[in-house]
Design a protein. Structure first.
Length: 435
């Protein structure tokens, strides 16, 4: 994909063929509500994190069909449908959970309201964004929890599609990562970037009589300052640490270890650094880390983590398994009854109950505008995002910061068993009330 692709073409063909059939017989203008939800969490997960809302709202204003797009569509669409898509602008309403909110099975994460014609065209775009970004953010949140306050850096750009890498960096940042290696994520979203050098830079300084690791480290320190991070496992970690301190002095910012038994090496590195007088030099580890490996390193003298492949692939759950289902037509609830793929009809909203201590206890999904009476502490989850086609929710840097705070708040509100990495039931039950 490149930047010249019209956003309207980021969809599946059957959205357009359904539109054509509905325009032909007049059903395209029926008022509808569509709901985005996950019937279940990925296997073993106890919660999910909503991400991608801001990206959807940005792309919504760009969801158009230009002349080149219409030329392509003309191969299978009739003239009436082509006229419709040529002038397409979403004019409906969208409600949903704020970005960064936790979700559970059945949570109405997003509700789209408008004519059948305009809502059906958004299905693929909505699902591609939410299924990807939510999967990444949900995995990232588990890693943040496992890191127990120590910073994590997203380093997965070389392990995924170049455009997905930017979205993944954003989703990880929403979930609490401290930064990313991806420069486009910094340009587009203001995400702090991290990165110094790879093994190739160290090996560049090899000569006929052998490698010169000290020369490589000195070159990096001269260019970036003593507070840089030196990669010390290109040849031998113990020698690498000695060379790093020799090159940068005891004020060296950090060393990074990218291979081997990371826990053992981190302990040895800490002892060696302290003996060399580099007491403040931090230790960063990377290399095929996931939430389980991070948790296993919690007792080790590790100051930060770099995470790549596992993060950008959702740590075993590369999609959030969200669906986009029609739940209301002209005010009439409709629902799918297929085995194991059921949906619940009617426009819905949600609130979440908690104890006075703030620990959440239950999520209640209810008919829109009719919340159940409750005396328990609760928080309304469904908020306006789009009204009459205009985005009413913030999508700037303040929204990204708010999403990060919401994830941290959500993780802090989970019952203790909800933070377990081991497989188990969702952290809280979801109750759907009937009209």
């Amino acid at each position: 994909m490149n930047d010249s692709v019209p956003a309207g073409l980021l969809t599946d063909k059957y959205e357009l063929t359904m539109l054509a059939a509905a325009l032909r017989d007049g059903t395209a203008n029926r008022r509808t509500t569509w709901e985005v939800f996950a019937r279940r969490l990925p296997a073993g997960r106890r919660y999910g994190v909503v991400a991608g809302t801001g990206r959807l709202l940005e792309l919504l204003t760009q969801f158009r069909f230009d002349d080149d797009a219409c030329e392509l569509l003309a191969h299978f669409l009739d003239s009436e449908t082509l006229c419709y898509v040529r002038d397409f602008r979403f004019s409906g309403d969208i409600d949903g959970y704020p970005e960064g909110e936790l979700y559970f099975p059945g949570s109405p994460v997003l509700s789209v309201h408008g004519s059948f014609a305009e809502c059906v065209l958004l299905e693929t775009l909505v699902l591609s964004i939410f299924n990807h970004d939510t999967a990444i953010a949900s995995a990232a949140a588990r890693m943040v929890s496992a890191a127990d306050g120590r910073p994590l850096v997203e380093m997965g750009s070389r392990r995924t599609h170049e455009r997905a890498a930017v979205a993944a960096a954003r989703a990880a940042y929403v979930a609490g990562f401290a930064g990313s290696s991806n420069l486009e994520a910094q340009r587009r979203y203001g995400i702090p970037t991290e990165g110094t050098a790879a093994h190739a830079f160290t090996m560049l300084y090899a000569h006929r009589d052998g490698p010169d690791e000290v020369a490589a480290f000195r070159a990096q320190v001269e260019a970036l300052g003593a507070d840089t991070t030196l990669l010390v496992d290109t040849y031998d970690v113990t020698t690498g640490i000695a060379n790093a301190v020799a090159a940068a002095g005891t004020g060296l910012g950090a060393v990074r270890i990218d291979s081997g038994e990371l826990g053992v090496l981190a302990r040895q590195a800490r002892e060696q650094l302290d003996q060399l007088g580099a007491n403040q030099t931090r230790i960063m580890v990377s290399g095929d880390l996931d939430e389980f490996a991070i948790a296993a390193l919690r007792a080790e003298p590790v100051d930060s983590y770099g995470v790549g492949t596992s993060l950008v692939t959702g740590s075993g759950a590369p999609t959030a398994n969200m669906v986009y289902k029609l739940v209301e037509v002209d005010g009439i609830p409709v629902q799918k009854r297929s085995s194991h793929k059921e949906s619940r009809g009617g426009r819905k909203e949600a609130l979440r109950l908690s104890k006075p201590t703030g620990t959440i206890t239950e999520e209640i999904v209810h008919p829109a505008g009719r919340p159940p009476p409750t005396t328990e502490p609760h928080r309304v989850l469904t908020t306006p995002l789009v009204r009459a086609g205009d985005v009413v929710a913030d999508t700037g840097s303040a929204a990204l910061a708010a999403a990060r705070k919401l994830v941290a708040f959500g993780l802090g509100s989970l019952p203790w068993e909800g933070l377990k990495l081991a497989a188990g039931e969702p952290a809280i039950p979801t109750l759907t009330t009937t009209p």
